[in-house]
Design a protein around this ligand. Sequence first.
Ligand SMILES: [Zn+2]
Length: 115
Amino acid sequence: MTPDERAALRRHMEQELAALRETIAILEGQVDPVAPDAAVGHLSRLDTMQSQAIAGVSLGNSRRRLLRLESALRRVDDADFGECENCGEPIPAARLLAMPESTLCVRCAEQMQTG
Ligand SMILES: [Zn+2]
């Protein structure tokens, strides 16, 4: 990975982190318990509970992604950052941009998935 690629990747991760923190703040607002008088009727209350459940799942996913991104950002200056943990081959920049938290190349990730 060239220093330019590394710098671009770092900027990209910082932007993703900022966006993710905003998403988490919004989702946290949505999973707040509904005050009883906020519900107009039974259906709308069910509706609200359903969207809360969905927001809760998204919130969990976003928080996990945030942790992975933060840890990737801490490692971005390491000499071996961007190398596959399994085979040591460089992970393609496009994959790192799409999923900065990747620690495996596509081939190894697929192998792990299929067992
Ligand atoms: Zn690999």
